[in-house]
Design a protein around this ligand. Structure first.
Ligand code: FE
Length: 367
């Protein structure tokens, strides 16, 4: 019966899926895709036999803002190994969090899976997650990539770093995020919109390191150096650099990986900034157990499995990310970008300081 009830709620609330635009994201965003998923959910439910339903009482329901192709293979593998079915619904992070809130105790969800510590922090603030005690996750995932109250754990890591034109920039001209505000880069910088949580997290970390006033000066420097209005996504930033509209930008590593995969000769390269200071800003995709999960035991098993050696390289590799488990090497294409010192400040800061980051960017005129 648990299984049935879960489904009924999932189907009922599923009618209210909303849309947000995210461009090149690895996140789910399009309503059509969410609706497609909905149909599949219905089909699957219809095909369940009574025995299957009994077996499926242990099933895990995941609300995911990661797209289907980035999660499905792992859920299938997990089910193969454990016999525990995993069902998922995809949508953008904000509507999923709203939905968990609206569903409250009736929620069928056991796990919320999303990207960026800013979103994960938002989920903790909305009270839709619960603390999770797991020795396995504690051992596999570094402290800086977990919520201090264990309401979420990072599962993959992405660096938000500097990308530059190999034709017009020498890597030794680059040093730090902060220095992208120097006069040397006037009219040469391209950025993604400040509305994207990735940039809010980056600026939040600048505030954590420098304080609000200094962080605002840094951002003002960036804005003064912009070659064009901010872009809607990271890929457009890189395309603009490739086209000669600007020379440097800030992007998540996996977007660079995708372009490089399409065109190995692409005249762009990644630069690891802040190596003498704070380190490169890294962020995560991660997950937590929902506050009203009726299946904490199996949900914990799935998260533990995703942090394991077996799943980590595959999971990170599929989106050209870095494994969150430091014992596991990234895939060769990612490893080829070289190693770097990462900022090890706890990522929950990115969430905590998000409101201030939004204000700082607004005051600095960063659109
Ligand atoms: Fe993304």
């Amino acid at each position: 019966m648990i299984s049935m009830n879960k489904w009924l709620v999932a189907l009922a609330v599923g009618a209210a899926l909303s849309v947000t635009a995210c461009g090149d994201s690895e996140e789910q965003s399009a309503v059509t895709k969410a609706a497609g998923k909905q149909e599949k959910v219905v089909a699957k439910k219809g095909s369940e036999t009574a025995e299957a339903k009994a077996e499926n009482q242990q099933e895990i329901v995941v609300y995911s803002s990661r797209k289907e192709h980035l999660i499905k293979p792992f859920f299938e593998q997990f089910t193969k190994e454990t016999g525990i079915p995993v069902i998922y619904i995809t949508d953008a992070a904000a509507p999923l969090i709203s939905r968990l809130k609206a569903e409250g105790e009736r929620s069928p969800a056991d796990i919320l899976m999303t990207v960026d510590a800013g979103n994960l922090w938002q989920a903790t603030q909305e009270g839709v997650l619960q603390p999770l005690e797991s020795e396995v996750l504690e051992a596999n995932i570094p402290e800086s990539l977990q919520d201090p109250d264990n309401e979420w754990f990072g599962l993959t890591v992405r660096a938000r770093t500097i990308v530059y034109s190999k034709e017009r920039v020498q890597p030794d001209e680059l040093t730090t995020y902060e220095a992208l505000g120097d006069e040397q880069w006037q009219g040469r910088l391209c950025l993604r919109t400040s509305k994207k949580v990735y940039n809010q997290s980056l600026v939040a970390m600048l505030i954590a390191r420098h304080g609000e006033e200094k962080a605002q000066q840094i951002v003002e420097g960036w804005v003064a150096n912009l070659a064009t209005d901010p872009f809607s996504n990271d890929t457009k930033v890189m395309k603009a650099i490739e086209a000669g509209a600007c020379d440097v930008g800030i992007v998540n590593t996996y977007y660079f990986g995708r372009l490089e995969k399409d065109n190995p000769e692409i005249p762009l390269a990644l630069f690891w900034p802040n190596q003498q200071t704070t380190g490169v800003h890294v962020n995560v995709s991660g997950a937590g157990i929902t506050k009203h999960s009726s299946n904490v035991e199996n949900a914990t098993k799935l998260l533990e499995w995703l942090s394991s050696a077996e799943a980590q390289q595959m999971y990170a590799g599929l989106n050209m990310e870095y494994p969150a488990n430091p014992e596991i090497k990234p895939v060769p294409e990612v490893e080829a970008w070289g190693s770097f010192k990462a900022d090890d400040m706890n990522l929950s800061k990115a969430g905590e300081l998000q409101p201030q980051a939004v204000k700082v960017m607004d005051r600095a005129g960063y659109k």
